[in-house]
Design a protein around this ligand. Structure first.
Ligand SMILES: Cc1cc2nc3c(=O)[nH]c(=O)nc-3n(C[C@H](O)[C@H](O)[C@H](O)COP(=O)(O)O)c2cc1C
Length: 231
């Protein structure tokens, strides 16, 4: 059971990491101090992503993407992080629910759930479409079945009649591109880049006295400030 009591309530003895049961314990002695942080949160993120990869976490680039529609109604789903540059880049169908919500309300939050090493990163910021050239460059690196799948699922997030209907769509697309070596990116498919204004690094610590260090800036033209949050 996941304890909810305050630190020192007694739960610490049974649950020494303070990390929810069901996950593995973080590596002993892990902590996050201000002195350890890179001044650039994107460099700090790359360090933690490297750790997640090196430690063999499943799908280390999977992140929960939370969006909201024009009325503020939230929704979330996993997507894969494909690039970290000045922001966080992911790819999807622009006509999907998330795509339409980002059109109406171009702000989002990302959450990397690295349970097995007792870490979480939460990112917030503004989102914009990447350039068509960037999308085409990435699409060309995808395996052919994934490229065909993007064409077959033209109306991602919409109700379809059946599995058979979807399989027929895929077969039609396969036949359509059979003579072409290169499958182009569908016009309705592409990348988004989230430019962060807040990035929180969360490290599990004993007794639920976790480390939470957040970088925050007013916008992309302002410097980052680092602040510690109560766990
Ligand atoms: C681990 C994982 C990774 C995923 N990666 C992507 C992705 O990179 N892009 C994408 O469009 N959907 C991805 N999906 C599927 C989405 O979670 C979702 O079902 C789909 O994008 C439709 O979402 P929407 O209806 O909220 O727009 C992934 C799902 C999982 C479980």
């Amino acid at each position: 059971m996941v304890g909810t009591g305050p630190a020192g309530s007694g739960a610490a003895a049974a649950e020494p990491s303070g990390f929810p049961s069901g996950g593995s314990l973080p590596p002993a002695g892990h902590r996050l101090d201000e002195a350890d942080l890179d001044p650039d949160p994107l460099a700090q993120f790359r360090r933690w992503l490297d750790d997640a990869r090196l430690l063999g976490l499943p799908e280390p680039t999977a992140m929960v993407l939370a969006t909201a529609d024009g009325a503020g109604r939230p929704s979330s789903r996993h997507v894969l992080l494909k690039r970290v540059d000045q922001g966080f880049v992911f790819f999807t169908n622009y006509g999907s629910r998330k795509g339409r919500e980002l059109d109406a309300n171009p702000r989002a939050s990302l959450c990397f759930p690295w349970f097995a090493i007792g870490r979480q990163v939460i990112v917030e910021g503004d989102v914009a479409k990447i350039t068509r050239a960037e999308t085409e460059e990435y699409f060309a690196t995808r395996p052919r079945p994934s490229q065909l799948g993007a064409w077959a699922s033209e109306h991602q997030s919409q109700v379809v009649p059946s599995r058979e209907w979807l399989d027929r769509r895929y077969a039609e697309v396969e036949a359509r591109f059979a003579e072409q070596d290169v499958v182009p990116a569908p016009p309705y498919w592409g990348g988004f880049r989230l430019i962060p204004t807040s990035i929180e690094f969360w490290q599990a610590r004993p007794a639920r006295m976790h480390d939470r260090l957040r970088y925050r800036r007013a916008d992309a033209d302002h410097p980052w400030h680092i602040e510690r949050l109560s766990p």
